[in-house]
Design a protein. Structure first.
Ligand SMILES: NC(=O)c1ccc[n+]([C@@H]2O[C@H](COP(=O)([O-])OP(=O)(O)OC[C@H]3O[C@@H](n4cnc5c(N)ncnc54)[C@H](OP(=O)(O)O)[C@@H]3O)[C@@H](O)[C@H]2O)c1
Length: 335
């Protein structure tokens, strides 16, 4: 942002073409920041056109090619930046998702250290790195920043998105350790399941899970239901709140350490009831009274106290998270 002192601040966003990354780039440009966006394939119109068409992109957006798997790959994107927001994460669910995410995070942090201009790194982690489980798999009483996913428990079991949880946990721990050892400010954001409108040409994975009962996707519906066992709720948050919380934590010097970012822990029954009431014309493919009766209330509350203590307040809740997802799906003719 141009603070009126002649110098415009520049933010590097890794994984910038993705669901959250692209909305974050939009909001940073809107606020007047210069943006260095990293993509694996910056020449590909399917990956870059939703970024290049953003207001302010022509003047202040630069695309860089970078891959988590390549050492030194982020050096030129990070060079000269004031802040780095690390959204990139391995999405190779068929292969090894853990090592690329952990090594890639370290690659990015080493580029930050080398650049010497980076004031703070905001690392996008996940609620999946803070599963409120004891070592024996029992749910704790609250999900907050003190929770760390018990990696050994998860590794030994067939848990939905288990290795994703492991990857986010180990990458966040490595990022915080690197920050402490190398004296780089690293703030981590533990994001819930993200809904809301998207700029990407394809439907984001988390929105597909949120809308699965309407789109007849049994597998993803079961993924959403299974979040009860890992989190004690479906931990919803709106993409706009995720982006503005990232920017808020970047801009506020007092921010430090981990921050949970999840406005609405709900049950699947809460979601289905909302769909029934607000969109009676869209038939629900799944959900029955028996299932809904079994899980009537949130088992583990999620605390955003640390985020609100630093001054941030959520602007969106269940209704907007679901209806904005549906309206965008309607525009794309998916519903
Ligand atoms: N959506 C959610 O519900 C949710 C919840 C919690 C946390 N998060 C976190 O939020 C961040 C963004 O997620 P998202 O939902 O926006 O996912 P997304 O749309 O899949 O974006 C992920 C990004 O990571 C990049 N990426 C994947 N493999 C890479 C590699 N080897 N090298 C460099 N970049 C690579 C992709 O870049 P390309 O464009 O080059 O393919 C993509 O832009 C991730 O860190 C995710 O863990 C998301």
């Amino acid at each position: 942002m141009d603070k009126g002192e002649g110098k415009r601040e520049t933010v590097c966003v890794t994984g910038a073409a993705g669901f959250i990354g692209s909305r974050l780039v939009k909001n940073l440009l809107q606020k007047g920041y210069g943006v260095h966006a990293t993509l694996r394939d910056p020449e590909n119109p399917a990956k870059n056109s939703h970024l290049l068409s953003l207001p302010g992109a022509k003047e202040r957006l630069h695309l860089f090619k970078a891959d988590l798997l390549q050492h030194g790959s982020f050096d030129s994107a990070v060079e000269g930046c004031d802040f780095v927001i690390n959204m990139a994460t391995s999405t190779d669910f068929q292969g090894d998702i853990v090592q690329p995410t952990v090594d890639g995070t370290m690659n990015i942090l080493r580029s930050c250290k080398k650049a010497k201009t980076v004031k703070r790194v905001i690392h996008t982690s996940s609620i999946a790195a803070a599963c409120p489980l004891n070592e024996d798999g029992q749910l704790k009483e609250i999900l907050d920043e003190s929770c760390w996913t018990p990696v050994d428990y998860i590794k030994g079991r067939d848990v939905v998105y288990g290795m994703y949880s492991v990857s986010k946990t180990l990458a966040e721990q490595a990022a915080l350790r690197f920050g402490a050892e190398e004296e780089i400010e690293v703030v981590t954001v533990l994001v819930g399941m993200v809904g809301g409108p998207w700029l990407t040409p394809t439907v984001p994975g988390s929105v597909s899970s949120i809308l699965a009962s309407l789109t007849e996707n049994r597998l993803l519906y079961e993924v959403t239901c299974s979040s009860k066992d890992l989190f004690g709720s479906v931990p919803l948050v709106h993409v706009e709140d995720v982006c503005s919380a990232h920017i808020y934590l970047m801009e506020h010097p007092s921010a430090a350490g981990r921050y949970v970012c999840c406005s609405d822990p709900v049950t699947v029954a809460d979601m289905l009831n909302f769909f029934r009431k607000r969109y009676p014309e869209i038939p629900l493919a799944f959900g029955n009274k028996e299932e809904e009766d079994e899980w009537k209330k949130v088992l583990v509350p999620i605390s955003s106290k640390k985020l609100s203590d630093v001054g941030y307040s959520y602007k969106y809740h269940l209704e907007e998270i679901l209806s904005d997802s549906i309206e965008c799906a309607k525009q794309m003719k998916i519903l």
